[in-house]
Ligand binder design. Structure first.
Ligand code: UD1
Length: 368
């Protein structure tokens, strides 16, 4: 009988990380697994579409937690996953990234003596006002096996006193998905229905609380996007958090569809997004995943944050931190348009084989 893992997904970016691990577990055939979907993200456009496009088997377990305050959402996941663990415990629980589902399921598991594996361990922004930073710190403090995507993760874990024998540098699983799906994504030609095929354009995403929750900050950023879009059309898939915040602030009309310069879309499927990012002249974003994806695609990335937990994307990739001050963003935008931007080099172990290293490390650790 093979040992069984629970693989936990909750929010959209978890799915791009989980998919290559599922593929490798199937190929290596050393461990069985079940997929647990917490329901942190629940709109079909934020979940179902990604399962289909990435070929992930349907979840075995749905916790259906939905949205809520951090405390309420995390508590609901903790309670419901614990109930599941009490009736049918796996040999280990594998959590991904830094979302509320990550920390909640890790905590439920460790308290019941179920091994915890953290994929994407060790990343630190050193900014404790970010909810994700708290999730990272807590998850790594209780994980039994910590699988790291970039060298900075090893340094942070060592500094925090995590025993080195629990830690492995395995590379970036999200890049496995990118490299595997890139040909299919390019074949989508997602620019065509937008009237942008063969034309230069930029791609924008915004969803961090620090950029979108405060109406004044969001209003200032939308003014800036409007201005920049007169120099380069911008495609902007609007995250539900951003739309909800714009609605509360009376800014929703600014995100209306039909604007040919600032082309606002709803949440966009993976292949369409990848197609749009791969062809873009530049990306403006506060997403962690996009800093990594643009680095591999050699697309200039203006990261609208003051810090990053993914410093390799700045030191070796194409990302530059520009905060949310309009003058700074405008200056960087001009640098890209005038060709002053590093092309970015290769990043070690971001090679399309991280999923196999993750699956192998877990099986070795369990003696499977
Ligand atoms: C979460 C993660 C963030 C990640 C992001 C990717 C945490 C703390 N944050 O942020 O790290 O980068 O996912 O998308 O876990 N909503 C919907 N439909 C959905 C899901 C959410 O409309 O399917 C709306 C709701 O208004 C909800 C809001 O988005 O209140 C925020 O959702 P939530 O899951 O709390 O955080 P994200 O901002 O998506």
């Amino acid at each position: 009988m093979k040992l069984t893992l629970d693989l936990v997904a909750g929010a959209r970016p978890n799915l791009m990380k989980l998919a290559p691990v599922v593929r490798a577990l199937v190929a290596q055939d050393r461990l069985a697994f079940r997929i647990v979907h917490t329901g942190q993200h629940y709109d079909p456009s934020m979940t179902d579409v990604f399962f289909q496009e990435l070929g992930i088997p349907a979840p075995d377990v749905h916790l259906d937690v939905g949205s809520g305050s951090h405390g309420a959402q995390t508590a609901r996941i903790l309670e419901r996953y614990e109930a599941r663990l009490l009736t049918d415990p796996p040999r280990a629980t594998v959590v991904f990234g830094d979302v509320n589902s990550t920390v909640a399921c890790a905590l439920a598991a460790v308290k019941l003596g179920v091994g915890v594996v953290h994929v994407e361990a060790g990343l630190r922004s050193l900014d404790r006002s970010m909810p994700e930073e708290i999730n990272r710190l807590l998850t790594d403090a209780i994980a039994d096996l910590l699988l790291v995507s970039e060298p900075s993760g090893l340094e942070h874990l060592e500094r925090e006193g995590i025993a080195a024998d629990k830690v492995r540098l395995v590379g970036n699983v999200m890049i496995d998905t990118l490299l595997q799906r890139l040909p299919a994504a390019r074949a989508r030609r997602a620019t065509r229905p937008l009237g942008l095929e063969g034309r230069p354009y930029g791609f924008v995403t915004l969803h961090r609380p620090s950029n979108v929750d405060d109406p004044a900050t969001l209003g200032r950023l939308l003014d800036l996007l409007d201005e920049l879009s007169s120099r380069l059309p911008l495609v902007f898939p609007v995250h539900p958090r951003t739309l909800a915040s714009a609605h509360r602030a009376g800014l929703e009309p600014r995100l209306a569809p039909g604007n040919p310069r600032l082309v606002c879309l709803g949440p966009t499927p993976y292949l369409e997004t990848l197609s749009l990012v791969a062809e873009a002249s530049l990306v403006l974003t506060d997403s962690g995943g996009l800093q990594e994806e643009t680095s591999v695609l050699h697309v200039p990335c203006l990261t609208l944050r003051e810090n990053t937990e993914r410093p390799v994307t700045v030191s070796r990739g194409t990302s530059r931190l520009v905060g949310n001050d309009p003058a700074r963003i405008r200056g960087a935008f001009t640098d890209v348009l005038e060709g002053r931007w590093p092309p970015g080099g290769d990043i070690p172990l971001w090679d399309g084989r991280a999923g196999a290293r993750v699956a192998g490390a877990i099986a070795d650790w369990l003696g499977a």
